[in-house]
Design a protein around this ligand. Structure first.
Ligand SMILES: [Zn+2]
Length: 262
């Protein structure tokens, strides 16, 4: 059993819908338009970050209420189970409206509040080029929010208390449905298997042996889960390891210590 897996089994994380007054810094904050986007696309990297001793939080922008399968209630309980299995410090689910993720000042403010609450070094988000329109809209919103969160004049409050401006250092886009040429590939050979538990926690969304009465969707075909593994294997091959997760960079990556990277 992997070291990280043992850790997950004993994990009891606190889940919350409400932001607290005082900030609680995490190293990485992963946004998804819908509950399960994060687990499907960058879950193994989040586990890798945890295995390196850093903290991770997740924020779903919507409750996924427009999905063909499951209900907002089942998706909520699946998201909580996934958070426990993955060992997130916190999972916050906003209610910005599935299929209504408009680039409004109100939606931006909600996301900025989360960024200022967690003050992450690295943010993960949906890619700007994707099949689902919510992924594209969510990507735009998070990209804008990461920038505006650093502006003193963009005011946000939690329970009447003003938040301090904060801009994350890095914004990475994960690759989900549409194939994109990654700018970087993370070696996830040690955490891929464990990350499958986070994906399978969303049990209403994917193929289950013996369940035949649900409508067929793009992601509940049995081939979908093997397709995920095939992609991880393909990205792994690109860097000479077993499994990999690919990311697009939002900005050029600077190299501080040459010998740490090359
Ligand atoms: Zn999605």
């Amino acid at each position: 059993m992997l070291k990280v897996e043992q850790d997950f089994l004993s994990n009891r994380n606190i889940l919350r819908g409400q932001l607290k007054q005082s900030p609680e810094t995490v190293y990485a904050l992963a946004f998804g338009a819908h509950p399960d986007d994060v687990e499907l696309s960058c879950g193994a990297t989040l586990l890798k970050i945890r295995s390196e001793g850093q903290t991770v939080a997740v924020c779903d922008l919507t409750r996924g209420e427009m999905g063909t399968l499951g209900t907002p209630e089942t998706r909520k309980s699946e998201a909580e189970t996934a958070a426990q299995l993955m060992g997130y410090q916190c999972r916050t689910t906003l209610d910005l409206g599935d299929s209504k993720l408009f680039n409004s000042e109100e939606n931006l403010a909600e996301i900025i509040k989360v960024i200022r609450q967690f003050r992450p070094h690295v943010v993960f988000a949906n890619s700007p080029d994707e099949r689902h329109p919510d992924h594209i809209k969510g990507s735009r919103l998070v990209t804008d929010a990461c920038y505006y969160a650093g502006l003193q004049q963009f005011k946000t409050t939690i329970n009447g208390n003003a938040q301090e401006p904060y801009r994350p250092k890095h914004l990475l886009y994960y690759i989900q449905f549409k194939h994109l040429e990654p700018d970087i590939i993370v070696d996830i050979s040690e955490t891929f298997e464990a990350s499958r538990k986070g994906v399978l926690a969303f049990s209403t969304q994917f193929y289950r042996s013996g369940i035949t009465e649900t409508p067929t969707t793009m992601i509940n075909r049995p081939e979908f889960l093997t397709g995920l593994e095939a992609r991880a294997r393909y990205f792994g091959e690109q860097i000479g390891v077993h499994y990999g997760e690919g990311f697009k960079l939002s900005n050029i990556l600077g190299v501080k210590l040459f010998t740490e990277t090359f």
